[in-house]
Design a protein around this ligand. Structure first.
Ligand code: CU
Length: 602
């Protein structure tokens, strides 16, 4: 017999953070809000210096793979001047270290879950799952929400990096606690370069700058306040860019390329320059657009990435250009959330190379060349609030869990092209919808053309109030089960997430490669490294792109050359695989129980 949600609720059975808000937790949140840092004690905008997150260094390298080890830990970090805020960060910082990789080199990213067992104020039992957003990873490495890693465990995620250049990000995706986990700081950028992109005369190196934007709220002693307003959204009064409140960045009189990432839990932005001047969008979630798009405002939903070029050449030295947030509807705005950061024009251009915006940037992008006539199916999906739950076509992630992870909303064959119509009939909220695995093309919105800057490869689309958006995509290159969900992480947790299955025979997203208990064995690289494989050779933010070196995997061609296959060697892997198989049944049972009882320890 299958129990309905209502039956389970009656039994007190499921306790996603959504459903079982204990009175104590509400009281604690109210107390924290009463103790919110007054606006008068927040730093004045543009007084904190700008910084970019550090670039991660591989702990080892093999002939075709960079190996990283990242620990998820709680750490005190100075966000507001003079105060320490306990955060959860990849390697103890937020945003975490940026991983930079050239197309064709694989990465193995070990995620050690060393978080506290219980959230300090929300009192939920902690686990994590790491999603590399923008990567066509195998199902078991996609951060499947119910494939979670408990404190004291670790998981080695493998990423193929065969896709075109793009801005990705890795962030937490743990079932039912993604919003508070990510809010605590588990988010970071991941940049994939390719030869085509590096050869374009667009800004590179120190002129190619990540801007990771999120909002937060603090108590008077500097602790983060998480208030999800009755499972509708988490809105902070402080805007952080790369972890700093309303920073000021000195710029030269030339073009800059900014990689915008909205890492907020629930806040969308309408970005504009205080001068009213236009700027140019050259890239979207899935990489460079076929052609640049000029705009004066940018509607920017959670998890979206835009690569934007701003030209400061026309401003005299001493000009301050403010990046404003005009506040899209259905966000909770504060008097402090109307500005994001400032650019202070401080010097003439030190370099004038790569200071152009070509009229054609990326004409051969595969998904942008798809035509609607290639679609074999059109599917309609409705995003709706029902009975206090956020649903997709009346389904939630609990339905997926209750089905033993078999229930799907779509089952395209490998290589099928489909059109999905994403409908949000409500005027009370917007849903940035993320479809894992694929890049898609936005065909239209309410029958009209997409916004000019949305005409590039996307993996998240802003489905605004009363909007129906049609997207076109080809399913692949992997087979298996992948999630689709709203990227308002509060909606996702409560429980606006479903899955689809591409083809047949895909790896099981949970069982195929289980997290393992620490201590983790050392990661080993190859002894016989080829030229160009030193850990510091990759281009990254704050560093001019290194020219491709002879013998390096990406030299001379946009397509990676086939290399002799060599497996990443992890000590004791075979033994652990056998053990993992034996434990499979047991852990699956445990997990199912676990996924119904999170979040409500007290
Ligand atoms: Cu939503």
């Amino acid at each position: 017999m299958e129990l309905s949600r209502r039956d389970l609720l009656k039994l007190g059975f499921f306790g996603s953070a959504a459903l079982m808000l204990p009175a104590e937790r509400i009281a604690r949140t109210q107390l924290a809000i009463a103790d919110r840092m007054p606006a008068s004690r927040l730093p004045q905008p543009f007084t904190v210096p700008f910084a970019v997150p550090p670039v991660a260094t591989p702990v080892a390298r093999t002939v075709d793979t960079d190996l990283y080890s990242i620990a998820q830990v709680e750490a005190p970090v100075e966000i507001l001047p003079g105060l320490k805020t306990p955060i959860w960060g990849y390697n103890g910082i937020t945003p975490g270290p940026t991983i930079v990789v050239p197309q064709g080199r694989k990465t193995l990213v070990r995620q050690l879950c060393n978080l506290p067992a219980v959230h300090p104020t929300l009192r939920y039992n902690v686990w994590s799952s790491t999603h590399l957003h923008g990567s066509a990873s195998l199902p078991e490495y996609d951060g499947y929400a119910s494939d979670f890693t408990n404190p004291g465990e670790y998981k080695d995620y493998q990423y193929p990096n065969f896709q075109n250049a793009r801005t990705l990000w890795y962030h937490d995706h743990g079932v039912h606690i993604t919003a508070p986990n990510a809010y605590m700081g588990l988010a970071a950028m991941y940049i994939l370069h390719d030869q085509h992109e590096l050869a374009l005369p667009i800004p590179h190196g120190i002129y190619d700058v990540p801007l990771i934007i999120k909002d937060a709220m603090f108590t008077s002693s500097g602790e983060l306040i998480f208030d999800d307003r009755g499972a509708s959204g988490m809105f902070g009064d402080v805007i952080l860019v790369n972890g700093r409140p309303w920073p000021a960045m000195p710029v030269q009189r030339r073009k800059y390329r900014f990689r915008l990432l909205n890492a907020s839990v629930s806040r969308s932005y309408l970005l504009a320059l205080g001068t009213g001047d236009p700027f140019t969008v050259i890239g979207t979630d899935g990489g460079l657009m076929p052609a640049p798009a000029e705009t004066t405002t940018l509607r920017f939903g959670m998890a979206e990435r835009y690569e934007v070029i701003v030209d400061f050449a026309k401003y005299p030295i001493g000009t301050r250009v403010v990046l404003q947030n005009l506040g899209p509807e259905n966000n909770a705005d504060f008097e402090t959330t109307g500005v994001v950061m400032a650019f202070d024009v401080a010097a003439d251009a030190a370099h004038t190379l790569d200071n152009a915006i070509p009229p054609v940037i990326n004409p051969d992008n595969e998904v942008m060349r798809l035509a609607p006539s290639q679609a074999v199916t059109t599917r309609h999906m409705r995003f709706k609030r029902e009975g206090g739950q956020w649903t997709i076509d009346g389904q939630t992630w609990e339905d997926v869990v209750n089905s033993g992870f078999t229930r799907v909303v779509a089952d395209p064959k490998l290589g099928d092209v489909e059109i999905w119509e994403l409908e949000n009939s409500s005027n009370g909220w917007f849903h940035p919808v993320h479809i894992h695995l694929v890049d898609f093309q936005i065909l239209d919105r309410n029958g009209g053309p997409p916004l000019p800057y949305e005409r590039g490869p996307k993996d998240v689309v802003y489905v605004g109030e009363g909007e129906t958006v049609r997207v076109l995509m080809r399913f692949g290159p992997q087979v298996g089960r992948y999630m689709m969900h709203c990227h308002n992480l509060v909606h996702e947790d409560h429980d606006m997430m479903v899955q689809f299955e591409v083809g047949t025979g895909g790896h099981h997203p949970i069982d195929h490669d289980r997290p393992k208990h620490q201590p983790a064995p050392e990661l080993h690289g190859d002894e016989d490294r080829g030229p160009g494989s030193s850990p510091s050779s990759g281009p990254g933010p704050g560093r001019a792109p290194a020219p491709a070196q002879p013998g390096s995997p990406t030299a001379g061609s946009a397509k990676p050359k086939p290399k002799p296959k060599r497996k990443v060697t992890v000590k004791g892997k075979k033994v652990r695989k056998r053990k993992a198989k034996r434990k499979k049944r047991k852990s699956r049972r445990k997990r199912r129980t676990g996924s119904r009882t999170p979040g409500s320890r007290r």
